[in-house]
Ligand binder design. Structure first.
Ligand SMILES: NC(=O)N[C@@H](CC(=O)O)C(=O)O
Ligand SMILES: [Zn+2]
Ligand SMILES: [Zn+2]
Length: 359
């Protein structure tokens, strides 16, 4: 066996037997904290060890302007009295977002990105964008002031199969945006397909993607084979195994274009276990632990730190966190549910064991 392969083999053997792992403190580059009575629970979970998080603005009503984004930030800060956690705010783009609003948001130093939801694509996206060209003036201003564009990348055309909506979005919409705004930094959020991996790899260095833990750990069989499991239902929907494999390969490749974004999106139990259940999976109770399981599965624990703690801040042009966290191999059982304000949320791996624990 050639020398290089032996070294690789040894490294694999080492990482697969690792019992502790210390990494730079991670950040979550895509999370839903919701609002009101739910905030104390969602903020407690994310702030246990995430240094910062990009906070999605799809509230009811959505955070479409600087003032609503800043007052939402204040409510999040009030829910985390220790002050160890920094929420990075995001503006919700609509057909009417003006270049002035973009400049105003950027000038606060607290709003880092604007989010494109195609109208009707996902939870609370009704006020989203109806035609991508409607936001071109806003995108022009974002490119100019250096504000990132975050994208829910799915078309909403009812004639397009739900499993194809991400791919068709790349071909018909996102390609237009990256061609028209080559200096705009774009994050394709929560990618779910091999097509998205290839799109991001082939694009310029201004295009990156977040990947969730649940899309690394699961495929559509987990959701649909042997019974329908609503807690795996999220958007973009889990795809077939070959797409899951492409995502695992991208996340563990060491390519800095792919980084951590949990898309942890809690919905009350009764809103998920329903005839028409809401889209979204809750993973903030064990975010880094779930990623550690996915990385360990393919012998790539040595690639977790870059993905979870380095590539996100590098892409956003922010400093990396300066302290560390330590994970320990110490299996624990996930509760059947957690409190979520005046309701309960069923988390991913409810009632099952997770191997890693943050100490
Ligand atoms: N991912 C989801 O399935 N749901 C998210 C919205 C989103 O990120 O698309 C939510 O807010 O519930
Ligand atoms: Zn989304
Ligand atoms: Zn989301």
């Amino acid at each position: 066996m050639p020398m290089i392969e032996q070294t690789e083999e040894r490294k694999k053997a080492m990482t697969s037997k690792a019992t502790t792992l210390t990494i730079t403190r991670p950040d979550d580059w895509h999370i839903h904290l919701r609002d009101g009575v739910q905030l104390k629970d969602t903020v407690r979970d994310v702030s246990r060890y995430m240094g910062r998080a990009i906070i999605m603005p799809n509230l009811v009503p959505p955070a479409t302007c600087t003032d609503t984004a800043l007052s939402y930030r204040d409510r999040i800060m009030a829910a985390e009295p220790q002050g160890n956690f920094e929420p990075l705010m995001v503006l919700y783009l609509t057909d009417k977002t003006t270049p002035e609003e973009i400049r105003k948001a950027k000038a606060t130093g607290k709003i880092f990105a604007a989010k494109l939801y195609p109208a009707g694509a996902t939870t609370n996206s009704d006020s989203g964008v109806t035609d991508i060209e409607n936001v071109f003036p806003a995108l022009e201003a974002m490119q100019e002031v250096g504000m990132l564009l975050l994208v829910h990348g799915e078309v909403t055309d009812s004639s397009i199969d739900i499993f194809d909506r991400e791919r068709v979005f790349l071909e018909t919409k996102l390609s237009k945006v990256v061609d028209a705004f080559p200096s705009l930094k774009v994050v394709l959020e929560h990618i779910t397909t091999k097509d998205a991996v290839e799109f991001v790899e082939a694009a310029s260095d201004n295009v990156a993607a977040t990947i969730t833990a649940h899309h690394l750990l699961y495929n559509r069989n987990h959701m649909l084979a042997g019974g329908i499991r609503p807690h795996y239902y999220c958007l973009p929907i889990l795809k077939r195994n070959t797409h899951q494999q492409a995502l695992i390969k991208a996340a563990t490749s060491g390519n800095p274009k792919f980084f951590l974004g949990t898309d942890s999106a809690p919905h009350a139990k009764d809103k998920k276990e329903a005839a028409c259940g809401c889209a979204g999976a809750y993973t903030a109770h064990a975010a880094i632990e779930l990623y550690a399981e996915a990385f360990e599965e393919v012998g790539a624990l040595d690639k977790l730190e870059g993905f979870a703690s380095h590539f996100g801040p590098d892409f956003y042009g922010l400093p990396r966190n300066s302290d560390t966290i330590t994970l320990e191999k110490s299996p624990w059982q996930v509760p059947d549910s957690y409190p979520l304000g005046d309701a309960d949320v069923v988390p991913i791996k409810a009632g099952a064991e997770i191997d890693w624990k943050v100490v």
